[in-house]
Design a protein around this ligand. Structure first.
Ligand code: NDP
Length: 484
């Protein structure tokens, strides 16, 4: 059978674009790609890239204060959101252009249109085109979800942050995962009064407990009001609450930064001050509420289930280790499969797909020992097993130290850092490394190489320290703090 294309990719995010480019550019396949929104996807347009630029922006507040204590004559001014936001959007436009040019340069045909599946080899586009392909790759990513709560649409989600016309004076963030913690630190750094409600006992569930504890302490130290064991129970516009007699009583707090000015998001999703009742009974009025309560795969309305593609309970596409779905001509990569939802993993999955399908080299995706970072302040870098997960599996030694780094100690800043290794008693292999420190994301990339190579504690020990650094502790910890 003749097809219009060898490969049709649905979704122009990091994974889809890489797979399309490599299949066309390196494997000589005839490739088309459809994207209904902006090229670059979550990472470039509404995730990692703008978030990291906001992290940089927020860190300068502290830098200015600290420089004074280091002897510089610095006067801290105010943060100009409008100026930053203009520059940010310019950068995102530039990056989107780069993505388009890369696809074009590889000979990939682009459709700026939503695509849905008609059958195992046919794609229908919103512009009316219908095309066929030997293989179809679904790389449609995910989207943030709000909890099932009346008036939840009064709150914004992470996508909306980058489009705010002005920063709110106060914000309530719901959730305790990556996005909640990162934005709590960013917004607090930019001068917003931040409150976090997390339903569990400690933020960043799934990460090493000591690392989570240190980050929670640092967040509180910086002035973030972190309420664990707390969730949102009810919300409505503050003026409605006042009319109904709620929000007017003496028990109702206005979050400290609350002002009379209203901040409008260009998405229209925030509509002025919001009255919130917590599960612990507190009533508070916030300028804005951000739901950072997880993400869901973009599979609705694609026609996948009708074709026999299996979806999991969360709507994610089920695939095998080669990213193949239950329909042999259809593959899926990235967040839409909800395996490990990180940009570099989606890219790896895209490359492995091309190796398998277009280069005759079946390549399963290796999801083991993936280093990652949470861009809180301080950052967390992590690879491998947490202490809690490791001790469930085997006998371990724990090497851990928490201290004030010299840069902070010199100016009496309370910030502490953590360097931690989890070591197998039987094999001596380092099973996990957890770093909480400024620059931990950069450090863990290097530690990740050693650990992926199977480094033992003794390999770490015979590596000479780089002095004076924070990470030298990783090669100088001689005695375990505990065994388990
Ligand atoms: P996460 O799944 O990490 O966190 C969701 C948070 O919301 C959890 O704390 C969860 O609580 C809480 N939650 C879920 N449902 C509700 C509810 N109904 N009411 C109250 N709280 C609720 O999702 P994120 O949105 O933070 O991030 C999504 C993914 O994006 C991450 O898992 C990660 O893969 C990726 N990401 C990676 C980044 C990085 O690499 N630096 C940065 C940002 C995102 P509980 O713990 O109890 O389930």
């Amino acid at each position: 059978m003749n097809f219009d294309y060898d490969l049709f990719v649905i979704g122009g995010g990091s994974g889809g674009v890489r797979a399309a480019r490599v299949a066309a550019g390196e494997a000589g396949a005839k490739v088309a790609l459809a994207e209904e929104s902006r090229y670059g996807g979550t990472c470039v347009i509404r995730g990692c890239v703008p978030k990291k630029l906001m992290v940089f922006a927020s860190e300068y507040a502290g830098v200015a204060d600290e420089a004074g204590r280091y002897g510089w004559d610095v006067t801290r001014g105010v943060f100009d959101w409008a100026a930053f936001s203009k520059r940010l959007n310019g950068e995102l436009d530039r990056l989107e252009g780069v993505y388009r040019r890369l696809l074009d340069g590889s000979g990939v045909k682009m459709f700026d249109s939503r695509a849905t599946l008609r059958d195992a080899h046919t794609v229908a586009l919103d512009n009316g085109d219908v095309v066929t392909a030997k293989h179809i790759l679904v790389a449609t990513g995910g989207h943030p979800v709000r909890p099932d709560l009346p008036n939840a649409n009064l709150g914004i989600v992470s996508d909306d942050i980058f489009h705010l016309a002005a920063l709110p004076k106060s914000i309530l963030i719901i959730g305790g995962g990556y996005i909640a913690c990162e934005f709590a630190c960013i917004l607090q750094g930019l001068g917003v009064d931040v409150t976090v409600y997390y339903r569990g006992a400690q933020i960043l569930r799934g990460f090493d407990d000591e690392a989570r504890g240190l980050i929670a302490d640092a967040m509180c130290e910086r002035g973030i009001k972190l309420h664990t064991g707390t969730n949102i129970l009810d919300m409505c516009p503050a003026d409605q609450a006042a009319e109904a007699g709620q929000g007017a009583g003496p028990d109702v707090l206005r979050a400290a930064g609350q002002s009379t000015h209203q901040t409008k998001a260009s998405t229209g999703s925030n509509q002025g001050p919001v009255w919130v009742k917590s599960t612990t009974g507190h009533e508070t009025v916030f300028d804005q509420v951000l739901f950072a309560t997880g993400r869901k795969a973009n599979t609705a309305g694609l026609g996948l289930e009708d074709l026999g593609v299996k979806l999991g309970r969360g709507g994610q596409i089920e695939v095998d280790s080669y990213s193949q779905t239950a329909v042999p001509s259809i593959y899926a990569i990235g967040d839409v499969t909800d395996r490990v939802n990180l940009t570099p993993v989606a890219i790896r999955e895209g490359m492995a797909f091309v190796e398998t399908v277009f280069k005759g080299n079946p390549t399963p995706v290796d999801h083991d020992l993936i280093p990652s970072a949470v861009f809180t302040q301080p950052e967390m870098g992590t690879v491998g097993l947490s202490e809690e997960a490791a001790r469930e599996r085997e006998e371990i030694e724990v090497y851990s130290t928490s201290f004030r780094p010299m840069q902070s100690a010199f100016i009496d800043k309370p910030d502490r850092v953590l360097m931690k290794l989890i070591v197998s008693k039987a094999t001596r292999k380092v099973l996990g490394c957890h770093i909480v420190a400024p620059g931990a994301g950069e450090m863990i990339q290097m530690a990740g190489i050693a650990i992926k190579m199977g480094a033992t504690k003794e390999d770490f020990d015979r590596t000479v320290a780089v002095h004076p650094t924070m990470s030298e502790e990783l090669v100088t910890m001689r005695k375990p703090v505990r065994t388990a």
